[in-house]
Design a protein around this ligand. Structure first.
Ligand code: DQA
Length: 145
């Protein structure tokens, strides 16, 4: 049986490839999803890949993941720095959580240096571009063993 993983993406990541490409690169979110699904296949994982601009939607999805998915990979985008609601939701989830940031948030503005989600994340990947999602999948597979 394949193990089901959720990959959740927060606000503005729908514009990946068009939005500040000097920071976030030229790949679209669809490219990232395709690459994740290819790698997931070879790792024996099945990926449900989603994006929302709404904090409450992300909270709903995290709650729905309880009991349905083995692990959560999340790029909470700007909500990383503001959302106790997303942290609280992740704290209700029993499986591994891997946080991804495409950019190195620690090299950027000070308000990006703190992530509420990192309080819960088992691993944090930042500054590796969109490859960070693939690294997160590899880490997730090990965390699930
Ligand atoms: C981001 C970093 C956040 O600070 C920013 O608000 C984003 C994307 C990243 O992937 O580098 O939207 O999470």
């Amino acid at each position: 049986m394949t193990t089901q993983i959720s990959i959740f993406n927060g606000p503005n990541l729908n514009l990946l490839g068009q939005r500040q490409p000097e920071i976030y690169g030229s790949e679209s979110l669809q490219d990232v999803e395709n690459n994740c699904k290819l790698l997931a296949d070879s790792l024996g994982l099945q990926v449900d890949f989603r994006q929302s601009n709404y904090e409450g939607k992300l909270v709903d999805w995290i709650q729905e993941a309880r009991g349905a998915y083995a692990g959560i990979i999340i790029n909470p985008a700007a909500y990383s720095h503001t959302s106790i609601a997303i942290l609280d939701a992740l704290n209700t989830f029993d499986g591994p959580v891997v946080e991804v940031h495409i950019s190195n948030i620690h090299k950027r503005e000070e308000f990006r240096h703190h992530s509420f989600v990192s309080k819960r994340a088992d691993a944090v990947i930042a500054g590796c571009g969109t490859d960070g999602y693939l690294m997160a999948l590899q880490r997730m597979q090990k965390l699930l063993k």
